[in-house]
Write a protein that binds this ligand. Structure first.
Ligand code: GLP
Length: 240
């Protein structure tokens, strides 16, 4: 795991966009797992701008949302599938069918998770997984305690995670459940890029840098990955 400290959120986004721009598109369609949340918003802005300016060729990519809320009462506009369409796919002029998202209304999360794993495998596996990090060290919705071998499946959200995501559910009840790519699924990506920005992430980035792999800190699993870069801004990297 290599930590790269940049001066601000915009540099983190530019650097991540640059890495995506270097992905080889000459063979089969590159497959990328995408995060949601506040952290990657700037990255999506860059990708949209560069795609529209003809500087990127993202049309041949296949995208997979990392995770999703789950529950019958979840409004579509609060979902991660909707977020990725709104902030990235549609403004970049990419085909909606290039984005795979988990079914937030699924009444059989195990079957939905199995379907997702099959879709990832059918697409050829993940070339790159881009991740954010929760304040408790979660990646995707893999909360502390999740096995490093976990596959895509249903997850219960920790109270702090529900708090951090409550802004997405202003007019409806915040769900207790989600479906997430597993840590084992993420670890199979050829490359992993974890993004962290803002002072609220300083403590968890500090812990991540100090902690040997342990399920108590899900992101620490990435220390076992041969090609994982953590891009942080000045604030998130303040205690590195
Ligand atoms: C949610 C998502 C994670 C994301 C995290 C951090 O819990 N499931 O994939 O990394 O939020 O979000 P933010 O970037 O808003 O801090």
């Amino acid at each position: 795991m290599k930590f790269v400290k940049l001066s601000n959120n915009d540099e983190v986004a530019q650097s991540a966009a640059e890495l995506i721009s270097k992905i080889d598109t000459s063979g089969t369609s590159p497959v990328v797992a995408l995060p949601t949340g506040k952290t990657p918003l700037q990255l999506y802005k860059h990708l949209v701008q560069q795609q529209k300016a003809g500087k990127l060729a993202l049309g041949s990519f296949t995208w997979f949302a990392l995770d999703e809320f789950c529950g019958v009462g979840v409004p579509r506009e609060s979902t991660f599938g909707s977020y990725l369409e709104t902030h990235f796919i549609l403004p970049a002029g990419l085909s909606v069918s290039s984005l795979h998202a988990l079914d937030f209304r699924s009444t059989d999360p195990d079957a939905e998770a199995a379907r997702y794993e099959q879709s990832i495998a059918k697409a050829g596996g993940l070339d790159l997984a881009i991740l954010g990090i929760g304040h408790n060290g979660h990646i995707g919705f893999n909360e502390p305690g999740t096995s490093f071998a976990s596959r895509t499946g249903s997850r219960n959200l920790a109270p702090r995670t529900r708090e951090a995501n409550a802004y997405l559910f202003a007019d409806s009840d915040m769900p207790y459940d989600a479906i997430s790519m597993g840590i084992g699924t993420i670890m199979e990506a050829n490359r992993i890029l974890l993004l962290a920005t803002g002072e609220s992430k300083a403590e968890i980035i500090h812990r991540l840098s100090e902690t040997a792999p342990t399920t108590a800190l899900p992101a620490s699993a990435l220390k076992n990955h041969p090609n994982c870069i953590v891009l942080v801004d000045e604030e998130a990297g303040a205690r590195l």
